[in-house]
Design a protein around this ligand. Structure first.
Ligand code: NAD
Length: 361
């Protein structure tokens, strides 16, 4: 298969973890005979340094040409007081918009070797394996009217939660497709006891569910979902929810995995003529200036993002499973970075990347 990938390493540890993710990607492509084409582009602080713009035109062009984009992280302390247009993070929001990615997927897995780093009791978290599918471009973060007004001596603030049927349908179908390749269960999260917006959400998701008779659907209120994520996380397979609820629940889910350095994410848009799904893949963490340049960042979130890319953009499930299996083997071997508190000398970022390649075989 042709894998046409844009790589945007970004800033700080973004460059370090991306180097290892690319090492694993090259290794997997060689092993399974895929035709890999990698192009590198500028995003974030480094892009401001080189072009004056956190998202240069050239990067927008390259992203449009690629089947999928692998990103590191952006952010440099020197821009903390810069105007919003000149901040690295502007590039991040910009690239998401340019690619039109409307669903954010966060796989949450409790690895056996990391159970002790979870704040939950081992027996509760063991076996957790879910994907949170969050709608990314609608809802209360984008709805209008919005703003703060002063009138008659009173100050008023308004935000508006808006969804159209089409917006719910496309993210809903994605969740059911994903569930079809997993344990065949979608849990849709809403607040339909209070919000009309959620009533439409529930109605449309139920209709979409009829298109997927082999996938079970249940509905849960967001407050109960927040509770069930810590009480009984193994009950979830695919969790489908709107933008703000997903923002909150995915951070709650993130804690289950142990370290922020472990967490991959995928943001998916429409299907391209090549057959690949437009996707932006990145670890959840930021540029970590406190450990940047020291070869000690955990690259497993970035490497997990490569696995997500192989699976979701290209449908290469065997390859994705091999990368995820290798990550698990490396965790069990104890050859991990300092954030995972190994008993012996911590491994470097590079050593972990090499160990994952070796475990793939
Ligand atoms: P951060 O995720 O960069 O770091 C938080 C803490 O976690 C730090 O102590 C860091 O050392 C540790 N950490 C993060 N990733 C790690 C890894 N892979 N291995 C080991 N330890 C890891 O968050 P922050 O400190 O709040 O933000 C730093 C910069 O990153 C800021 O400029 C922020 O705007 C930016 N940021 C970017 C993204 C992104 O690009 N998607 C996300 C979050 C923050």
């Amino acid at each position: 298969m042709n894998l046409n990938i844009l790589v945007l390493p970004g800033d700080g540890i973004g460059t370090e973890v991306t180097r290892e993710a690319v090492r694993v990607l090259r290794h997997a492509a060689r092993k399974w005979n895929h035709n890999l084409k990698i192009t590198e582009g500028l995003l974030g602080g480094i892009a401001i340094h080189k072009t004056g713009n956190p998202l240069p035109e050239e990067t927008v062009r390259l992203a449009g040409d690629a089947d999928a984009t692998l990103m590191g992280a952006v952010g440099l302390a020197e821009f903390d007081n810069a105007p919003p247009e000149k901040r690295p993070e502007k590039g991040l929001l910009g690239i998401r918009k340019v690619l039109g990615v409307y669903a954010n997927l966060r796989p949450v897995r409790a690895y056996g070797a990391l159970l002790d780093s979870s704040p939950l009791k081992n027996e509760r978290v063991a076996g957790t394996d879910m994907i949170i599918v969050r709608e990314l471009t609608g809802g209360i973060y984008y709805g209008t009217p919005r703003g703060i007004t002063e009138s008659g001596g009173e100050t008023r603030a308004v935000n508006t939660m808006v969804y159209t049927r089409a917006e719910i349908e496309r993210v809903g179908r994605m969740a059911f497709h994903l569930a079809g390749g997993r344990r065949k269960k979608v849990t849709s999260v809403d607040k339909s006891n209070v919000l009309e917006n959620s009533q439409l959400w529930r109605r449309v998701v139920t209709e979409i569910g009829r298109e997927f008779p082999d996938v079970a659907l249940d509905h849960i209120l967001v407050d109960n979902c927040a509770m069930q994520l810590v009480l009984n996380p193994t009950r979830f397979d695919v969790v489908l929810t709107e933008n703000m609820f997903g923002d909150i629940l995915s951070d709650e889910g993130a804690v289950l995995a142990g370290s922020i350095g472990m967490l991959p994410s995928a943001s998916i848009g429409e299907r391209k003529a090549s057959g690949a799904w437009v996707g932006l893949y990145e670890p959840v963490h930021g540029s970590a200036p406190d450990i940047a340049g020291q070869n000690k960042a955990n690259p497993l979130g970035a490497i997990g993002s490569v696995a997500a890319m192989l699976e979701y953009s290209f449908g290469l499930k065997k390859e994705a499973a091999a990368v995820n299996g290798a990550v698990e083997a490396v965790l069990e071997s104890g050859r991990v970075t300092a954030d995972l508190k190994p008993t012996g000398t911590p491994a470097t970022t590079e050593q972990v990347g090499e160990a994952v390649c070796a475990a793939i075989g």
